[in-house]
Design a protein around this ligand. Structure first.
Ligand code: GUN
Ligand code: FE
Length: 434
């Protein structure tokens, strides 16, 4: 089962973040796992079915390390505020609607369909505080063929009455029920999701920490995104030296608990050192950080320090699910940061953002994000023939143009852990190979 060969221009990052390209080469999938990349197809694989994408680009699927599914409905709206006012004015109002399952059904159908059409194969997704709607979201993403994590959001303070868990006890009880019900999913797994420190009481964090240990779960949250937010955390947690310590205090900051922190725009040296030590993943969300005027994270510094880092769309503070856009904006934001704020950190390069969107973020999901032996076989086939050019371009130039110019229409096939999806006239439909 799931044994096949793919032929085409294969592009992926190696562990040194260098771009590897094999022109009109072969990659082989066996039981959902990549066997390797070959210039000539070895004899032993010549009996496998071959999907011939000669001259197309074949890249690993993208990992979106941070996206809010319920916010997809108001993407592109209400970008005139900073984080805390944006949450109160737009975000909480929208998220409250997911109490209504009929609304969730419609909204999550749209989200899951658009995820399926995208070049993203892996995602870490926030839901809302509502158990039923979050289980529905998990089911829809599973049916869309995406692999990854979804979190029921926890928030029990500093939140409007209409979107606030009534007590830490009830929040923990609901969360445990949700974890148990979520066991039925194969490819979408639960992730603990305290929204951020300002909306989570000490008692709630303690209870989530106990659940984390009991069920051995990963966790995701927000960190050092916005100056107002950071100052508020300092006031709420006077006993902590920096924001990240407010998670670490509960054992929920890496170190055996696989953790993703979105943003890390304004992390202090101490915070950075603890993230590095505890192998906390950073979800860099350049579009969100621009739209909410949060700032620009020092991504080059994080890369130089060898930290775990990938990209996030952060819809709806980011307007788009496109990881192509996230890559282009990561480069653009790093250039403005370099020009306007800090000449010490050189702008990011194409190879580096491609690494972040594939192998860097993919690592959170295991061996994911590259065409190397033993990696789960996630692949996206890109047809760039609509981007006409008077001369023939090299594969690297074509990949570079995709980063700036591609959208879902360039995705003609997608494979997640060896399961294939082919485009037909309605979009992308699931077909199994092998
Ligand atoms: N911090 C707490 N909640 C949110 C959210 O929904 N989006 C972003 N960007 N930051 C947050
Ligand atoms: Fe977010």
């Amino acid at each position: 089962m799931k044994r096949f060969v793919m032929k085409g221009n294969i592009c992926y990052s190696n562990e040194n973040r260098e771009l590897c390209i094999v022109e009109n080469g072969y990659t082989v999938c066996e039981n959902g796992i990549c066997v390797g990349v070959f210039e000539e197809l070895p004899e032993c694989y010549q009996t496998f079915p071959c999907y011939d994408y000669t001259d197309k680009l074949i890249i690993p699927g993208f990992a979106d390390l941070h996206v809010h599914a319920p916010q997809y409905s108001f993407r592109g709206l209400g970008m005139d505020l900073e984080l805390l006012d944006w949450l109160n004015t737009h975000t909480f109002v929208e998220e409250a609607k997911y109490q209504d399952l009929a609304y969730a059904e419609k909204a999550y159908d749209i989200f899951a369909e658009d995820m399926q059409k995208s070049a993203t194969t892996r995602a870490c997704v926030f839901g809302t505080i509502h158990n039923e709607a979050t289980l529905l979201l998990m089911e829809k993403l599973e049916n869309a063929g995406i692999k990854g994590f979804v979190g029921k959001v926890n928030m029990d303070r500093n939140s409007p009455d209409y979107l606030c868990e009534v007590s830490p006890e009830k929040a923990a009880e609901d969360t445990e029920k949700w974890i148990q019900e979520a066991e039925k999913f194969e490819n979408i797994k639960p992730i603990l999701t305290p929204r951020f420190i300002p909306t989570c009481s000490d008692e709630l964090m303690e209870k989530l920490s106990a659940l984390q240990k009991k069920y051995d779960l990963p966790m995701q949250s927000h960190l050092s995104e916005n100056f107002g937010e950071i100052q508020w955390v300092q006031e709420l947690c006077p006993d902590t030296a920096f924001y990240g310590e407010a998670y670490d205090k509960y054992g929920m900051f890496g170190n055996g608990c696989p953790t993703i922190m979105a943003h890390c725009v304004h992390s202090t040296e101490e915070e950075i050192q603890l993230m590095k030590k505890n192998q906390v993943f950073i979800a860099h969300c350049p579009e969100s950080n621009t739209n909410l005027s949060s700032g620009v994270a020092p991504v080059r510094k994080y890369l130089e320090l060898g930290m775990k880092i990938g990209l996030g769309s952060d819809v709806a503070a980011g307007s788009s699910l496109s990881m192509f856009k996230a890559m282009a904006m990561a480069i653009q934001c790093s250039k403005l940061r370099w020009r306007l704020a800090d000449q010490e950190l050189a702008p990011l390069k194409v190879e580096e953002v491609f690494y972040l969107a594939t192998r860097g973020g993919g690592e959170f999901f295991g061996k994911v994000g590259a065409f190397e032996k033993g990696y789960e076989f996630d692949a996206v086939v890109l047809d760039d023939s609509n981007l006409r050019h008077p001369q023939e371009l090299g594969v690297k130039e074509r990949l570079e143009r995709m980063i700036y110019l591609a959208d879902d229409r360039n995705v003609i096939a997608k494979f997640v852990n060896g399961n294939g999806f082919l485009r037909d006239k309605d979009g992308i439909k699931r077909t199994f190979f092998g």
